[in-house]
Design a protein around this ligand. Structure first.
Ligand code: BES
Ligand code: ZN
Length: 618
């Protein structure tokens, strides 16, 4: 009897004890910052990351050793994790009891570790999970070489927590060093100082001694080789892609010169680009020192390199001056899109650049149409409280943000505006930037405290109201006027001779295909296809627009090539519109589902989830 009581007592006490510990040790989610961590009272400063990449189990096993500062004698340090399994936690080589909070599908699990007032280093031994949202593991067949597997990370916005335990918010900066072990014959590269050749051991050391937010931690592993463009810049990619990629990106030094003129000296050391395999889920990611980019920008005629200008521009807007919360993401993406266009204007001229502005404007209009002009998600300052920061993520922070800044430039004059912009980057480097602080800085240094100018420009409306104020600059570019004239003649006559496309870049093609009537009759579809071989075209931007037009016109001849495209390319921006378009008609819904079934293994887990959402609606 006594035994029984004490057994129940023991079980009861353990359960009670556990739940108590749970409560004490689980830090609540900060819904504005999207973190469980106590970054304000116990901020992490430096990461020493020891990790082994295992392609067989598709796991990274690692030890994350964090140096932190216990500012207010807090009894715990809290980290963000996502689907990580924690093996041991040690402080001064002593195992420590840690606790995990209740897992949250969007934000992950809080890891709480008791600390003393003199502690400053904690080591966490862990393994990544099968649902790690930062990781995409590729089989050899998904690479260009088809022999070795590949791994890359994508940590923006809150995915770093699925790569390693960390205080995962953009307002906190940390330095890092890493020792990464990969299978022999493969190379590892990071957002850090990088090797330029493979080594025998498969062990690579990295240093990032400039503090960065965790969303900029990045790793890629594969059959990666390097080719220099100049002393500061080069390309990393699979060997068979190397020469082509380096030729396409040979304007990087020119872009960098234009960027430094606008933003001030480049502070990060090298600027390299990794061209990832085609299933890379986004266009590009501004990982410091090493932009990650989709191979779909390698068009053969440099017509898609504005994406590199964009990621390079983040070296100032984003990586130096960083959005404090994801609500302020327009400070990263809007300033960067503006900055990107200034780089492109410097290297390609105004008439060319006006086309980029216009296509961006059209992307913004299409989001206004989808969301509704009065949707709160069309404000520059968005309210993401309690939502996943990528929920509601659109072109608005990019294009409305950029056109807002362009409006300021046009009103204040370029000379004054450029001085302010340079000052903004220099003064606020390494400081988390809030929308409020950004507007105050503008008030002081751009408007020089002239309240009247500010009112005239409708700043409050631009930033805090949905829709688009009526002082938005917008003009059809000269080069598109020509396209529009030719298009109208073609629409009337059906004669492709009206389309003189000899000097067209990708942008003119996009203007033509976007403005043609949807659906377009098959005689005209055939005429276009026969004259310009649009079905199966290797330029992914043009292909995407053509397939969109093909689906809405029910032009079945393009479907096999489109299916091929959807099986190879993993860039969300290309996939989503095509799947959406297919779901519009009953006849094509089955096709969408079949193509998804065949292609989904090639998609990044986050992309697959998104597409699954689109095709399961009906
Ligand atoms: N920083 C973004 C990528 C990003 C933003 C990832 C938000 C996750 C959440 C990057 O700089 C970017 O904007 N990429 C664009 C390309 C650009 C030219 C518009 C993309 O990937 O499409
Ligand atoms: Zn960007």
């Amino acid at each position: 009897m006594i035994n029984k009581i004490s057994l129940w007592g023991f079980i009861w006490m353990s359960l009670f004890g556990m739940s108590c510990q749970h409560k004490i040790n689980n830090h609540p989610l900060n819904e504005v910052m999207h973190t469980f961590s106590n970054y304000d009272s116990v901020p992490c400063k430096h990461l020493n990351w020891q990790a082994k990449v295992n392609f067989e189990t598709k796991q990274i096993t690692g030890i994350a050793t964090w140096t932190f500062e216990n500012k207010n004698n807090s009894p715990y340090i809290y980290f963000d994790t996502y689907d990580l399994s924690i093996q041991h936690v040690t402080i001064n080589q002593q195992n420590i009891d840690y606790s995990l909070g209740k897992p949250n599908k969007e934000f992950g699990t809080c890891l709480g570790i008791p600390i003393g007032s003199n502690d400053s280093i904690v080591s966490i031994e862990y393994t990544t999970g099968a649902n790690a949202t930062a990781l995409q593991w590729l089989a050899p067949l998904q690479t260009a070489g088809k022999k070795l597997p590949y791994l890359f990370t994508q940590c923006e916005t809150i995915h770093a927590r699925s790569l390693l335990p960390c205080q995962d918010l953009p307002a906190l900066r940390v330095t890092y060093q890493a020792d990464i072990e990969v299978p022999k014959g493969m190379m590892a590269v990071m957002s850090a100082k990088n090797p330029q050749a493979k080594n025998e051991s498969g062990k690579y050391h990295f240093d990032m001694e400039i503090p960065i937010p965790t969303y900029l931690i990045a790793l890629a592993v594969g059959d990666i080789s390097y080719k220099a463009i100049d002393a500061r810049s080069g390309v990393y990619t699979e060997p068979s892609m190397l020469d082509k990629a380096a030729a396409e990106l040979s304007d990087i030094p020119m872009m960098m010169a234009a960027a430094e003129k606008l933003g001030g000296p480049y502070k990060w050391g090298n600027y390299d680009v990794l061209i990832a395999p085609p299933s890379f889920p986004i266009g590009g990611m501004e990982n410091p020192r090493l932009t990650f980019a989709t191979p779909t920008i390698i068009a053969g005629d440099k017509s898609l390199v504005s994406l590199i200008a964009h990621e390079m521009a983040h070296s100032w807007s984003g990586n130096l001056v960083t959005n404090a919360t994801w609500n302020d993401v327009w400070l990263n993406e809007g300033f960067t899109t503006y900055f990107e266009r200034r780089i492109m204007e410097a290297i390609s001229g105004k008439d060319y650049n006006d086309m980029l502005w216009e296509l961006g404007y059209q992307d913004m209009e299409s989001d206004f149409k989808d969301l509704g002009m009065d949707s709160p998600d069309t404000k520059l300052y968005v309210d993401l409280k309690g939502r996943h920061p990528e929920n509601g993520f659109t072109n608005i922070p990019y294009e409305k943000g950029a056109v807002f800044i362009k409006m300021l430039e046009e009103n204040m004059g370029r000379k004054k505006f450029d001085a302010y912009l340079n000052n903004y980057f220099q003064t606020n480097a390494f400081v988390p930037m809030t929308t409020k602080k950004c507007l105050a800085f503008m008030q002081q240094y751009l408007f020089e405290n002239d309240i009247k100018i500010k009112e005239k420009l409708h700043i409050q409306d631009w930033v805090f109201s949905p829709g688009l104020p009526n002082n938005c600059p917008h003009k059809n570019p000269i080069r598109f006027e020509k396209v529009d004239t030719a298009r109208k003649l073609f629409e009337q006559s059906g004669d492709v001779k009206n389309l003189v496309t000899t000097n067209w870049t990708t942008h003119e093609w996009l203007q033509l295909l976007r403005k043609l009537p949807h659906p377009l009759d098959h005689t005209k579809m055939n005429a276009l296809d026969n004259a310009f071989q649009l079905t199966g075209i290797s330029n992914c931007e043009i292909a995407d627009e053509w397939y969109k037009l093909s689906i809405s016109s029910n032009y079945e001849k393009a479907y096999p090539a489109m299916q091929d495209f959807l099986g190879k390319v993993g860039r969300k921006k290309f996939l989503e519109p095509l799947y959406r378009e297919m779901m519009n008609t009953e006849a094509n819904q089955k096709m969408a589902k079949d193509i998804f079934k065949q292609s989904k293994d090639n998609y990044h887990p986050q992309t697959a989830k998104k597409i699954e959402g689109i095709i399961s609606k009906k």
